[in-house]
Design a protein around this ligand. Structure first.
Ligand code: TYM
Length: 371
């Protein structure tokens, strides 16, 4: 059977088959044993784990063992500042914050302003600088620990990163880069080098401290190709291979596809007013029947419903409540409007809280930036 979907760091298209991706990318599914090990340290299981929004990993167990054996176990994640932050970006960040608390870990947070300039035909450096400032406020507002969180912007922190990136780049052939990222003769030469810049922070903690460290990268599965080359190169530079833990994509509010800033009417931006977000939710694609009568007779399809998927993956942590929504929908006891209202309320409350924290975050940016 042909799989029509595409998942690369720069494009996610079609209906993603996550089971197939596990095989294609050679990663492991998250299992109950690993979840128990995380729970032991965190004290509870995050809803993103319980509901398997985070679904795959590479050597997560080894990373936890490193932590348990006193190795410096650190986290690394990032953001490409090509627009305003939306809810999808927040999925790995919320999870990273949970891991930071559970494992008392330092977090290295890369902002790839170089990448977004190189891949976008239209964005100017000035625009990207604006998004960089704005995205950093969202990152800080997510609640990372000051003092343990180091945010660095590629075009400002170049000296440190470039030093590592050239060492990485020397071990990656053009043929490997083409096979991993799909570069062609018309790719610009900047983006061909860029994977070395995104691999570099895997080795930044060791470079800065002069000591051993074990890096874990939480992100959505689209970023995984970068870690393949990072892991290949690591032993050649005498470092541990970075581990990874990967999430699925939160869908856009329309029919099909991941949430993406290029479809603003189907994305919830963290800068949306609660009213704007509620309006988007009310226009969302659902698994409901065309009429109330049919919905009552046949019931809806929660597994195809975007509104249900948001409740399930993030916004309704109560297992019995989410199961009731599922059953009520299937049996036609509940109409789409009710679910939309419930989600709109939850999203509005979430945005209000985030926007309050954004105002506080502005005052403490300096505490987070690596110069
Ligand atoms: P970027 O800015 O495209 O995305 C930031 C993070 O959000 C994840 N993501 C999503 N997760 C769930 N649902 C979605 N709809 C969704 N859309 C995006 C991405 O996987 C990513 O984790 N090149 C990177 C920046 C980067 C980075 C890193 C990311 C540099 N170093 C290390 C992760 C880890 C980028 O442009 O991400």
């Amino acid at each position: 059977m042909q799989n029509e979907s595409t998942v690369t760091p720069w494009e996610v298209k079609g209906e993603v088959d996550y089971e197939a991706l596990i095989r294609e990318f050679g990663v492991e599914p998250l299992n109950d044993e690993l979840l128990e090990r995380i729970k032991k340290h965190a004290g509870y299981l995050h809803v993103l784990l319980r509901r398997r929004m985070f679904f795959a990993h590479r050597e997560l167990g080894d990373w936890i063992s490193s932590y348990e054996n006193g190795v410096n176990a650190v986290l690394y994640t990032g953001r490409g500042p090509s627009g305003q932050t939306h809810l999808g970006h927040l999925i790995p960040w919320i999870f990273t914050r949970y891991l930071q608390e559970a494992f008392h870990a330092d977090l290295y947070f890369q902002i790839t302003d170089d990448e977004k300039f190189l891949v976008s035909p239209k964005l100017t450096q000035e625009e990207i600088r604006g998004y960089t400032r704005d995205n950093i406020i969202d990152i800080i507002a997510t609640g990372f620990e000051p003092g343990k969180t180091k945010i660095f912007v590629d075009l400002a922190y170049t000296r440190q990163l470039y030093n590592i990136a050239v060492r990485v780049a020397k071990h990656v052939t053009f043929s490997t880069a083409k096979a991993t990222f799909g570069f062609t003769d018309s790719s610009n030469i900047g983006i061909i080098f860029f994977p070395a810049m995104q691999a570099a922070p895997c080795f930044l903690p060791q470079t800065l401290t002069g000591k051993d460290a074990h890096v874990l990268i939480p992100c959505a599965i689209d970023q995984e190709p970068y870690w393949r080359i990072s892991r290949d190169v690591a032993p050649k530079l005498n470092y541990r291979k970075p581990a990874g833990v990967y999430s699925k994509f939160i869908p856009g509010l329309g029919a099909g596809g991941k949430m993406s800033a290029s479809l603003p009417e189907t994305a919830i931006f963290l800068s949306d007013t609660p009213e704007e977000a509620a309006k988007k939710v009310k226009n969302a694609f659902t698994g409901g029947q065309p009429t109330v009568k049919e919905q009552k007779e046949k019931g809806g399809k929660p597994e195809e419903c975007v509104v249900y998927s948001y409740l399930y993956s993030l916004f309704d942590e109560d297992d019995s409540s989410v199961l009731k929504t599922y059953n009520d929908c299937r049996s036609g006891c509940i109409m789409c409007g009710t679910c939309k209202n419930r989600l709109a309320e939850k999203v509005a409350a979430f945005l209000k809280e985030h926007q309050k924290r954004r105002a506080q975050a502005r005052e403490i940016v300096d505490k987070f930036i690596l110069e």
